[in-house]
Design a protein. Sequence first.
Length: 379
Amino acid sequence: MQSFLLILLLGVSVGWLASRIGQPAAVAQVLLGLVIGPPLLGWVDTGEALELIGQLGVVLLLGMAGMHIGSRHLAKHGLTALWVAMFGIVFCLAVGYVFAVMWGSPHAEAIYVGTALTATSIGISVQVLHQLRLFDHRVGEIVIAAAVIDDVIALYLLATAHGILSEEMAGYQIGFSVLETALILGAIYALCRWLSRRIAPILTGDRYNTGLLLVSVVIVAFGWVTETRGYSMVVGGFFAGLGLGDGMNPSQRKQMSRQLSKIVPFLVPFFFVVIGSRAEWGVLADPGMPTLLIGLLIIAMAGKVLGGYLGALRATGNGQSLLIGMSMAPRGEVALVIAGLGFFQGHISHHVLIVLILVTIVTAAVSPLVMARLAKRVS
């Protein structure tokens, strides 16, 4: 109980303070776990119960994101956003995988490294673009759509990778696994969209609390469905939220997202604090770690900047393309979720987990500074 209350109080407070100064709450909460966990102070003892609370929080977080974004926003900016996303994803996934293998990671770990590098932090990018008054600019619209596509594909890759690695599939079975994943996630989306329309009367007036309970149960339930199929809970949660949101009218979607945002911040800190508390940060001094850290940092930054630049060059000017690329570089919650789940599932070692956390921290801190300088050249 002491650990629960301490993580709840400090996790929420640190997340709020980080958001107030323009930094990702998830990064601050991982660092909090380092400080109050066994690596330093040893104030908390994280067990399976706290880990479960954190995973439920992350499932609801991704469900809320899917509900807030909606499928229409994914298609609004079409081809340009798709090219921006795909160039960055292919570069980060392929080069990240090859580099991890060359460094000495086994096949499964290298897959998770590449997958973690594919995910852009839409929260950080949107926040910075809003501060730079580019939220409604063509640059901002392309970045938002591309970042959403990034995270959807990253979660899809996570689902596929987890299913393949957990079931130890042969090469010829990979295609069937990808098809099964698409069918399952498509079915979750369609069913939740239909269900959302059926419960629409509950999502009005003073009955939003009942609706909130139903929506939360649906998101968690479909997260559990994907978990039982060998995929990650967060993937099912995201597509459940996407379907639920598309089945609501704009007022219902906005109100339900607001209701979820009141409970998610009290659950999510458990996930990120547990990551920090279980990480053995002393491994940074081990041989080869500086090489891995520098290499993945270069891949993480260069992959998104180059991918965004090339993907947007035909539709925008040179300066705007570069800003779009840099806006895709920050990593945040999704990257940490992928790294954390890979670690908890035994696919990622402590060494690689620490490096991926540091890559997330550095890209989240450096990218907004460069974005601010590049934004001065954009009209």
